[in-house]
Design a binder for this molecule. Structure first.
Ligand code: PRP
Ligand code: MG
Length: 211
């Protein structure tokens, strides 16, 4: 019996996710090209997956737990429970407009075209404020959209802020703040839940030591 954990294959969370497992004393045999790896000293199997696919894998019970950005769960997996906040990969999900625009309030987005990879997050936020906008869903390089006339504004992750800056955009609304979390499949079995408890115990000591 092994606990199956999903981590991001490539991207911002990948390295820190592997690192926290290492800090837990869990060594993983892998080349990164391999999409699946085993631990030598803990009953754990790692799956390297695309971020956006992870909520569905958890929902289906194909993996038991995942290290994932809370922002992805909010966008695609609100039904999936969080066992632990992990304190790394902190970011915001924000709305941004061209620097030259004079911005007053969220009402300014009424009738505007917004490019984003986070349609549910934006829709919920705007609905809460009674604003209707036109969403254009794109999967990456979102910040280019206003410069090429595809949209009036964007919504994306902001970490250092350098992507916004380089594209002459300014952050005007922070919709949410996020960090890496340990998310659990609603279908996890009792035996694997016991392994999860062991893993979580180790993670908690690592997090305490990091403070
Ligand atoms: C992410 C995100 C933002 C940027 C934020 O993009 O989509 O564009 O990082 O980080 P920053 O505030 O530190 O600049 P990424 O580089 O991962 O590429 P992608 O959007 O094409 O997936
Ligand atoms: Mg980007």
């Amino acid at each position: 019996m092994k606990i199956r954990i999903a981590v991001q294959k490539t991207g911002r969370l990948n390295e820190d996710s592997i690192q926290i497992l290492k800090d837990c004393g869990i060594s993983i045999d892998n080349g990164k090209d391999q999409l699946r790896a085993l631990s030598r000293n803990f009953p754990l199997e790692v799956f390297y997956l695309r971020n956006g696919d992870i909520p569905q894998y958890l929902r289906d019970g194909v993996v038991d737990v995942a290290i994932i950005g809370e922002n992805v769960l909010i966008e695609k997996g609100e039904d999936i429970p969080i066992a632990e906040r992990l304190g790394f990969s902190k970011c915001k999900v924000s709305l941004a407009v061209p620097k030259s625009i004079q911005y007053n309030s969220v009402r300014d987005f009424e009738g505007k075209r917004i490019a984003t990879s986070y349609p549910n997050t934006v829709r919920n936020y705007l609905e809460k404020h009674g604003v209707k906008a036109d969403l254009h869903i794109i999967n990456g390089s979102v910040e280019i959209a206003p410069n090429i006339g595809l949209a009036d504004a964007i919504c994306d992750i902001v970490s250092s802020g350098s992507t916004l800056f380089k594209n002459n955009l300014k952050e005007v609304e922070v919709m949410l703040t996020s960090e890496a979390v340990l998310a659990v499949s609603p279908k996890i079995s009792t035996e694997r839940k016991e392994l999860l408890d062991k893993l979580q115990f180790r993670i908690q000591s690592v997090l305490r030591a990091r403070q």
